[in-house]
Ligand binder design. Sequence first.
Ligand code: AMP
Length: 300
Amino acid sequence: MPLLTIGSAAYDTLETPFGFRDRSLGGSGVYASFAASFFTESRLIGVVGGDWNPAYTELLRSRGVDLEGLEIRSNEKTTYWSGRYFVDMNRRETLCFEGNAMSGTYIPIVPDSYKNAPYVFLGNGSPVTDMALLDSIAKPKLVVADTMDFYINGMKKELLELLRRIDGLILNDEESIQLTGARGALDAAEKILEMGPKFVVIKRGEYGAMFISSDEIYLTPAYPTRRVVDPTGAGDSFAGALMGSLAESGELTPESAKKALLYATVVASFTVEGFSLERLQTATRADIDARVAEFKRALV
Ligand code: AMP
């Protein structure tokens, strides 16, 4: 079943211990829709400026990502983010974020062909934008959102309103604590379940991820990647693959949720092996399936 993703399409300037990339392709929506395209029909809603590189449109299209919902505002600039990773690549600092065309009040234009989307993923972006999108979607089967510190700190009231309208929330352990004031990730997940979502997925970087609902917890370690080159987009591609896999399964069951967690973990492991989308671009579904099989053999 098709998956509709909304999120940023951005230029990222990246600095890691392994190198530097200036204005490479990035953005939460780009990583997530690309990752989802391994599993299902993937559609992206977002906005870029007149400085958008058409080669990036081609790159995403060649992967089968439907870009009818990517608006180009010729008199504005594309979202820009730059970040620097420390030697311990679990830590990074944002050097600059310019929302530009995708400001906090950006209202998406939703093509008619997207309005019956059964699966909806709200990638990192403003909760105001996300709610405007949900207003245009007829009757989605599953709506899942991602969020980050930028929106937890800056748009908390709107984020809490959004939480009442979604089925699942994906976030990392630090963000879960920021959002709830809880002492640990499990405690935070329980508090988030009281805020609206029926399930929470907590990403724990190199320690893996947990899927938590009121009666189930599923856990996975991270895939043991030997060479992390650039962690940017790991979380977004994790979420895109998770949603793509759930959309491919067509229903949310314990089996489909566990399978989606494994695929999410493995796709994220490909993302971090190169800058931007460089490694993910060369991966095939067969490579992903082979790595999932290898990962399963390693699990006790
Ligand atoms: P991740 O490494 O998974 O946290 O995602 C990093 C990606 O998110 C980069 O490609 C950025 O362009 C994008 N990004 C960073 N800050 C924001 C923001 N405030 N809103 C939307 N996207 C962002």
